[in-house]
Design a protein around this ligand. Sequence first.
Ligand code: HPA
Length: 243
Amino acid sequence: MLAIIGGSGLSRLPILEVTHRQVVRTPYGEPSCALSFGRIAGQNVVFLARHGYGHSLAPHEINYRANIWALQEMGVKGIVGIGSVGGIRHDLVPGTLVVPDNLIDYTWGRDHTFFEGPNRPVVHVDFTHPYDSALRERLIAAADKSGQAFVAGGVYACTQGPRLESTAEIRRLESDGADMVGMTGMPEAALAREVGLPYAMLCVVSNWSAGKMDSQQQVEFAEGLREAGLAKVQSLLATLCHD
Ligand code: HPA
């Protein structure tokens, strides 16, 4: 069974035929909301809305540990995290789908590990390649097959939010090697690695990051393209589950 964590704009997944919902409690507290179980193109899927129903949780308020723990308890075999991002690299225009291949974490103060506290060992998981390569390949193959324009690769910068970045911050991220910026990709990816679950991200570019386009155009641009991007995500997920 595959898990899908939906981000901004995807607190429901219309293509998911929901069979039941389950409230799960974990040693780390409650996940963002109840898990929705169902099928996409005949494949069993569990869906979790990262920001909760009705988008009530800001990126720094999300209980990432409870989310990952709950999915692991349900016996999922992999997690696809959907996230919206601001484009930094010139080809990451709003509306584009991206499957990042690496990340940089700028978040702080989030509960970001399972390996802490008196009864837990100190463990340093390998994070050389933060995203699972087999799951990435499946996403890329599905994107190819569904005929969606997408970009295979790029570095995801995770900022703390909830505010957007300043132009100087975006210049810094760019010189650090980041291609896109979001607020929820970490510690999600690292926690999945800690419990041994394959994890990959599918990102939708919803806007140009700060300073990459003047702000008026930004707003006009973002409106329709964001919707279109979310529709593309669903079509890609349908293809992914079909295979
Ligand atoms: N910055 C940070 N996170 C984001 C952005 C952005 O421009 N767009 C969507 N998520």
